[in-house]
Design a binder for this molecule. Structure first.
Ligand code: SF4
Length: 733
C-alpha cells in the first residue's frame, strides 16, 4: 500500500455524475486502506450523501452563518462515512443571492484553520465545473489539488465544461506545471459519444483514465443510499473504480493543461477536425514588424508615463459618493465594505479636515459628511446583503431626510444584490435614489459623479416650473476644488449686490427641494467648461430646457467685470452694475498699489501647462511685474490657450525639453520662477512658486497669487525665511 499523500479534484459539469464517481473513487481508495476525506464543493451539497448512507450533512457555510466564530467545532460539519471516510459539504448560499464562489473560499479558509486535512492521506474534492470563477477554482489552485480529473460524457456541453476547467488550470499553471491526471468518461449511451470524447482527449493530449459504464447498478445504489463500491457486487462497475483507485494510489502520470479555443473545440468535437499546432512567429514576420515601425510612431505620438507614475483615480463608487454628499438634507448609504467607505469618507472630508487640523482641531461630527455604510462583511458576501441594505434604508428614512441615496460598490455588484429594489421603499416625501455605481466595474471617479448627477436629477428635478425672476443656478461645482465654497460666497455676494440670488447649486450643496425647483431659475451658470461640465450642460438643456449663461464663473479682474456687466444686461439691472463695479475697482486698485512697491520690475519666468493664465498676467502686469519668458508644456498638442493677448503670445515658448527651461532661467536670471514642476528646478532657481490648480473666482484671483509672490520676494530680501518660522510656531508648535 502506498504511503503518499494526495489531493485530487474531480471536476465536471453539473448533473454529469461527478458526485457519484467521486464518492465511488473515495470508497475504492478507502477499501485500499487509505484514509480518505471527501469535500463536496457543489452548492447542491449532496456529494457525500451516498458515503453517509443517505444522511445529509450540515454544510460548512450554513454552520458558519449560524454559529458564533468562537464556538465553532469541526466535528459539527465533519461526518464519518463508509469505511471511515471523512465527509464534508462546503455548501452555498440560496440560489440568486450572494456569491457561491466566495462561499467556497470561506469554507476552505475555515477548514484550513481547523487543519482538517492532517488526519487523512487522500483528499478528494468534488467540484462543480460549470462555473470556473475564482471561488470555484480554489480546489484547482496549487496549494490544494495535486491531480485533477475531468469527468465528462460525450455531450458537447459536458466537453465544453471540461475544456473550461482546463483553461482554469492553464491560468494557474501556465506551461510550468503538470497536474491534469486525465478524463473520466461517464457513458450515457448516446450516439457518437465515444468518438467525441476520444477526439477531445486526443486534442487536449490527455488519457481517458476510466470509462464508467451505463448501468442500472448505479440507480440501485442510489436507491439504497450507498455507493456502488459498498454494494460490493463484482463486475465492470466495481472494477472501473478499483482500477482508478489503483492508478491514483500508484504512479499517477500527470499532464499539462492544453485547452482548446471555443471554435477549435466545436470543430474538433463536432466536426471531427484535427487540432492545428500553433506556428511559432516566423523570423520574416518579425523583420516586417521592425520595418513597419508603426508602433514606435504611435508611442512617440502619445507619450505614456510609466504605470507607476500615472495618477491614481477613484472608482465610480467613490465619485458617486463624493457628489451625493452635496445633497445637504439627504443621507447617503454606501452599500459596501467598511474599507471602501472609509477611503471614500477620507476623500470627501480631506479638504475640511486639513484646514481644521492645521489649526489643531479635529473634525466635529456635526460637520462630518452625511455618509453611512452597510459595512458588507465576508458573511454578507456569501449570503447576500440586501436585507442589511433595506434595514439601513429604513433606519435612514426614520430620520426624515430630504432623500436617501444608496450607492453600490464592486462587492455588492459582484454578489448580485438587487440594490435597485431599495427604490421601492420610497415614500411620497422621501425618495430612495439608488446609484448602481458598482465600484470600478461601471467606471472611474468622473463616471461616478456623472451617474450621481443624472440619477439625482432624474428623480428630483421637476420639468417646466414657472420662472422665478432674478434667480440663477450654479451648475457643475463638484470636483476636487478647495476653493468651491469660497468661490460660491464670492459670486453670491457679487450677484446679491445686484439683487440676483442663487436658487440651486447642482450638485454642490443643495437640498432636495432646491433641486426639485431647479427649472424655476431662468438662467444657469456653469462653474467651468470642463468636458464633464459640458456634458452635464447638454443634458440639462436637452432634458429640462435649461438656459445657460454665455460665461462660466469668472476668474480675474477683466473676466469678472465682463461677467457682471453681461448678467446685469440679461436681467435688466444694468443701473445696479456700475455701482458694484466701481466699488470693486476701487478695492482692486488699492490692492495693486499695495503690491506695486514689492513687485514692480521683478522678472518672472512662467512654466505652465496649456491653460489660460491671462487672469494672472493681467493683474501681475498692473503691479509692474515683468514676464520675461512664458514656457508652455503642451502635452496634448492642442491649440495654445495660455493667452489671448497678441503681445503676450510673442513671449510664449512651447517647451520641448527641460534644458530649454534651464537655459531660459540661466539667461533671464529671474527673481521668481513659477512652475508646477518645482522638483526639476531645485538647483536652478533661487525662488519658485506654483500656479494654483483651481483658481478663485472674482476680481481678486490674481491678487491672491501676487500676495504669495510678494511674501516670497520680501523674505528673500531679508535673507531669511523669518515669516515661515512665525507661521510654523503659530500652527505646529
Ligand atoms: S473599486 Fe470597488 S472595492 Fe475598491 S473602493 Fe471602489 S467599490 Fe470599493
Amino acid at each position: 500500500m502506498s504511503e503518499k499523500k494526495l489531493e485530487i479534484a474531480v471536476y465536471g459539469k453539473g448533473g454529469i455524475g461527478k458526485s457519484t464517481i467521486c464518492a465511488d473513487l473515495s470508497a475504492a481508495l478507502a477499501e485500499r486502506g487509505r484514509k480518505v476525506l471527501q469535500i463536496g464543493c457543489d452548492p447542491k451539497h449532496d456529494s457525500t450523501r451516498l458515503l453517509m448512507g443517505g444522511k445529509m450533512l450540515p454544510t460548512v457555510l450554513e454552520y458558519l452563518r449560524d454559529t458564533p466564530a468562537e464556538e465553532t467545532k469541526l466535528s459539527e460539519v465533519l461526518g464519518k462515512g463508509y469505511m471511515g471516510i471523512g465527509c464534508i459539504e462546503a455548501g452555498g448560499p440560496k440560489p440568486g443571492i450572494g456569491c457561491a464562489g466566495r462561499g467556497i473560499i470561506s469554507a476552505f479558509e475555515y477548514l484550513d484553520r481547523k487543519r482538517v486535512k492532517e488526519n487523512y492521506d487522500i483528499i478528494t474534492y468534488d467540484v462543480l465545473g460549470d462555473v470556473v470563477c475564482g471561488g470555484f477554482a480554489v480546489p484547482i489552485r496549487r496549494e490544494y489539488a495535486d491531480a485533477i480529473f475531468l469527468v465528462t460524457s460525450g455531450e458537447f456541453m459536458a466537453l465544453y465544461a471540461a475544456n473550461n476547467i482546463l483553461r482554469g488550470v492553464r491560468n494557474f499553471d501556465g506551461s510550468l506545471h503538470k497536474r491534469v491526471a486525465g478524463i473520466i468518461f461517464n457513458r450515457r449511451m448516446v450516439a457518437g459519444e465515444e468518438e467525441r470524447v476520444q477526439r477531445f482527449a486526443e486534442a487536449v493530449k490527455l488519457p481517458i483514465c476510466a470509462v464508467v459504464p451505463r448501468s442500472d447498478l448505479f440507480a440501485r445504489a442510489e436507491e439504497e443510499k450507498r455507493t456502488v463500491m459498498e454494494l460490493n457486487i463484482p463486475g465492470e462497475e466495481r472494477k472501473v473504480f478499483e482500477d482508478l483507485a489503483a492508478l491514483v494510489d500508484g504512479d499517477l502520470p500527470l499532464y499539462e493543461a492544453l485547452p482548446l479555443e471555443d471554435e477549435e473545440l466545436e470543430a474538433i468535437v463536432l466536426e471531427g477536425e484535427k487540432r492545428k499546432e500553433k506556428q511559432p512567429l516566423s523570423l520574416d514576420a518579425l523583420k516586417s514588424c521592425e520595418e513597419c515601425g508603426l508602433c514606435e510612431e504611435q508611442e512617440a505620438e502619445s507619450p505614456k508615463l510609466p504605470s507607476s507614475r500615472l495618477p491614481l483615480y477613484g472608482c465610480a463608487f467613490n465619485g458617486a459618493a463624493t457628489a451625493a454628499v452635496h445633497l445637504t438634507d439627504g443621507i447617503v448609504i454606501a452599500h459596501s465594505p467598511k474599507s471602501c467607505s472609509f477611503y471614500t469618507w477620507q476623500n470627501i472630508s480631506a479638504p475640511g479636515r486639513r484646514n481644521l487640523f492645521s489649526r489643531g482641531i479635529l473634525m466635529p461630527s456635526a460637520i462630518s459628511p452625511n455618509f453611512e455604510t452597510t459595512q458588507i462583511n465576508d458573511h454578507d458576501v456569501v449570503f447576500g446583503a440586501i436585507d442589511k441594505l433595506r434595514s439601513a434604508v429604513k433606519e435612514a428614512m426614520d430620520k426624515r431626510p430630504g432623500a436617501v441615496v444608496v450607492i453600490s460598490s464592486c462587492v455588492s455588484g459582484i454578489i448580485g444584490d438587487d440594490v435597485l429594489s431599495a427604490e421601492d421603499m420610497s415614500t411620497d416625501d422621501i425618495p430612495v435614489i439608488v446609484i448602481p455605481a458598482d465600484g470600478d466595474i461601471s467606471g472611474d471617479y468622473m463616471h461616478g459623479i456623472e451617474m450621481c448627477q443624472r440619477k439625482i436629477g432624474e428623480r428630483l428635478i421637476q420639468k417646466g416650473l414657472p420662472k422665478k425672476a432674478m434667480t440663477v443656478n450654479l451648475i457643475g461645482e463638484v470636483g476636487v476644488n478647495n476653493n468651491k465654497d469660497i468661490n460660491y460666497e464670492t459670486i453670491k455676494r457679487l450677484l446679491g449686490d445686484m439683487g440676483i440670488s442663487i436658487s440651486c447649486r447642482f450638485l454642490g450643496d443643495a437640498t432636495a427641494d432646491e433641486i426639485r425647483g431647479l427649472t424655476a431659475a431662468p438662467l444657469n451658470i456653469l462653474a467651468s467648461e470642463s468636458p464633464d461640465n459640458m456634458k452635464l450642460k447638454a443634458w440639462l438643456e436637452e432634458e429640462y430646457g435649461c438656459d445657460f449663461f454665455s460665461h462660466c464663473l469668472p476668474v480675474g479682474y477683466s473676466a469678472t467685470e465682463e461677467f457682471l456687466s453681461d448678467i446685469a444686461e440679461y436681467f435688466g439691472c444694468s443701473e445696479k452694475v456700475e455701482a458694484v463695479l466701481e466699488a470693486e475697482r476701487e478695492k482692486f486698485f488699492s490692492e495693486i498699489e499695495r503690491l506695486k512697491p514689492l513687485l514692480e520690475g521683478k522678472k518672472v519666468v512662467i512654466n505652465t501647462i496649456n491653460a489660460d493664465v491671462d487672469w494672472l498676467l493681467d493683474t501681475a502686469e498692473k503691479a509692474g511685474v515683468d514676464f520675461a519668458w512664458i514656457g508652455v508644456l503642451n502635452y496634448l498638442r492642442q491649440e495654445l490657450r495660455v493667452t489671448s493677448d497678441p503681445a503676450r503670445k510673442e513671449k510664449i515658448h512651447e517647451i520641448k525639453s527641460r534644458d530649454e527651461v534651464f537655459k531660459a532661467i540661466e539667461e533671464m536670471k529671474p527673481d521668481l520662477v513659477i512652475t508646477n514642476y518645482t522638483e526639476t528646478l531645485k538647483d536652478k532657481a533661487f525662488i519658485t512658486d506654483s500656479l494654483p490648480m483651481t483658481q478663485k473666482v472674482g476680481f481678486n484671483s490674481g491678487i491672491d497669487v501676487l500676495d504669495r509672490w510678494a511674501l516670497l520676494l520680501e523674505n528673500r530680501r531679508e535673507g531669511e525665511w523669518t515669516n515661515d518660522r512665525v507661521y510654523f510656531e503659530k500652527y505646529f508648535s
